[in-house]
Design a protein around this ligand. Sequence first.
Ligand SMILES: [Zn+2]
Length: 428
Amino acid sequence: MSKILIRGAKVLGGAPQDVLIDGETIAGTGAGLSAEGAEVVEAGGKVLLPGLVDLHTHLREPGREDSETVLTGTRAAASGGYTAVFAMANTFPVADTAGVVEQVWRLGQEHGYCDVQPIGAVTVGLEGRKLAELGAMHESAAGVTVFSDDGKCVDDAVIMRRALEYVKAFGGVVAQHAQEPRLTEGAQMNEGVVSAELGLGGWPAVAEESVIARDVLLAEHVGSRVHICHLSTAGSVEIVRWAKSRGIQVTAEVTPHHLLLTDELVRTYDPVYKVNPPLRTERDVMALREALADGTIDIVATDHAPHPHEDKDCEWAAAAMGMVGLETALSVVQETMVDTGLLDWAGVADRMSVKPAQIGQATRHGRPVSAGEPANLTLVDTEYRGLVDPAGFASRSRNTPYQGRELPGRVTHTWLRGKATLVDGKLT
Ligand SMILES: [Zn+2]
């Protein structure tokens, strides 16, 4: 059956209406649409959003299939309401050639739970010394437009300048993991009161902020686009706000965990809270929420970073950095942004679908929920409240900081080009 009638859905949180999908396309929206020849999904007042788009996902394949694969990662994405993810380049081998990005792109096409757009490395082997084949990756079947050494910072100013100049030629963007390496040697957590008390190596805010300040100035000098990954400090927000007021082409993302969690949690010494950039202070969290609400921060990106049990189940200093995020992102955003009155559902659609699709040039995603548009959609039961149980995750990894925590909202359905990938909370 190629027709699906979604009955009584609050599109972007508005008044309930019907949405008819025909094949891969939205055929119509409105009240009392005919269900003739269509499978009916009773939305019952759930919120319908354009399929979410994640600009920052670690799918780990090739090379770390013990953490995640393109299949398990895209299944996790579909469970979380995503219809497209951008796969970070820090795989083994690194996605720094046309061959590797095409491999990831093909795996995404084969597995089909969501669209996979590979991100290319900025430098060969993420080593920060020599520019990778940016043009060849852009011209490959994968059509790469976003480049990042994420996990590592492009700390050499000349390399960063050249990368910005190079991507400008085809309208690409460099996504920077802003971390001054010398200022963060041996860093284990945010530098502040808690790190001093615990005696753990501190990660100062200025290590992030100084790189962002340099990069927005470089972007202005070159006239190119820079995207800042996972902003985590109030000072970073101020720099991006200043840069935007000058007309600099900068966009920025925040992760769900930086909108909710603080460095106080490190007192538990539970490595599930160890992440890069580190959890910061309550003041930073509040500044990040405000900046996401007022548009200074453009998007939410998960930085979904799966790790196998053995890499997290060890003492703090030895544990890997990162958290899984695809399956809880929307719930954390509801908790921190919607239920607090900072964003409405149209705002969530903008920050989690429309804008990330625009930054990454995923032109078939982040579209309006209206006739003629691709049927990439997600249906959310916003009234639901439940405890996070990682045993039910589709991801191969379980390193979530929310285990046992009550969070609002549950994605019940996801459609990718009119084909259901998630039905009643179960993957198809
Ligand atoms: Zn990063």
